[in-house]
Ligand binder design. Structure first.
Ligand SMILES: C[S@@+](CC[C@H](N)C(=O)[O-])C[C@H]1O[C@@H](n2cnc3c(N)ncnc32)[C@H](O)[C@@H]1O
Length: 264
């Protein structure tokens, strides 16, 4: 996508954007030169990030399959859903249970425009403008409530988003507030950038600078704390490449940790 081709009102093609950088990592075309430059800077420091981003999506696919096929959950609220990628949540879920419903939520106008263009009108889906820092507004949104029955179990998906939320906005508290509104049997799916146990790795500071400081690598303990109060689905919080794949530790990326948990 070139700046002139974008044709999207209000879209800033001159500042790197998290959703578009991620789209580039995943091999997508919905990004500008400034996003590609930022992404390439990250890749020059840590080439494994591209594979890690793909493993993150694969984790999402395995988690959704688990939720529909094994946990019996067929309603999803995907927060920080990003620019639609291959095998979006509704396709994976509806392949198992055609009645599955997915509300895609994001706070970025680029994402919302792409999502409405690509997903608009797909049965069982809605695109909802919402901010993870305001869980009540998300769950009260009329477009979400016509699709999702909040009296039945819901899986809240928070893939690669909570590392954009600073401690001052209490990410663990946001997870609890989301699940507070949902019945027993609801689930939360989280992946999060980890500091790999080396918080002073210079690549972390360099990557954060590309995101103007608005990116927060957290420790394993902090990421595990996001699931406090919920029942962890086996195997717990692990490298996203490992989750329910029975791989050895060497196959796990240290950049992303993830897990799935159930509200008792
Ligand atoms: C790295 S992308 C992840 C996309 C998607 N979850 C995936 O795994 O493919 C992060 C997404 O989170 C969104 N985001 C960041 N902060 C947010 C917030 N406070 N509320 C809602 N969305 C947010 C960004 O706009 C972006 O689309």
């Amino acid at each position: 996508m070139s700046e002139n081709e974008s044709g999207l009102a209000g879209v800033d093609a001159k500042t790197p954007n998290a959703a578009r950088i991620y789209n580039y990592f995943l091999g997508g075309k919905d990004n500008f030169a400034v996003d590609r430059a930022a992404a390439e800077t990250v890749l020059s420091m840590a080439p494994e990030v591209r594979v890690a981003a793909m493993e993150n999506r694969e984790f999402l696919v395995r988690a959704v399959k688990y939720l529909v096929a094994e946990a019996g959950v067929s309603q999803f609220v995907d927060i920080g859903a990003g620019i639609p990628a291959e095998r979006p949540v509704h396709e994976v879920a509806q392949a198992i249970d055609p009645g599955s419903r997915v509300a895609y939520v994001d706070n970025d106008s680029v994402v919302l425009t792409h999502s409405r263009a690509l997903l608009g009108g797909r049965p069982g889906t809605a695109v909802v403008a919402g901010d993870a820092r305001d869980p009540d507004a998300i769950l009260s949104a009329p477009e979400l409530n016509v699709l999702i029955d909040l009296d039945r179990p819901v899986a809240v998906i928070l893939i690669a988003i909570l590392h954009f939320v600073p401690d001052s906005d209490d990410p663990a508290g946001l997870v609890r507030r989301l699940l507070d509104r949902l019945p027993s049997g609801s689930h939360v799916v989280i992946t999060h950038l980890s500091d790999g146990g080396v918080p002073d790795d210079p690549r972390i500071a360099q990557t954060r600078a590309l995101y103007n400081g608005g990116l927060f690598f957290r420790s394993r303990k902090e990421i595990e704390g996001l699931f406090d109060g919920f029942e962890q689905v086996e195997p717990g919080v692990v490298g996203v490449g490992q989750w329910r794949r029975n791989l050895g530790a060497d196959d796990a990326t240290s950049w992303w940790l993830g897990g799935v948990a159930r509200k008792p």
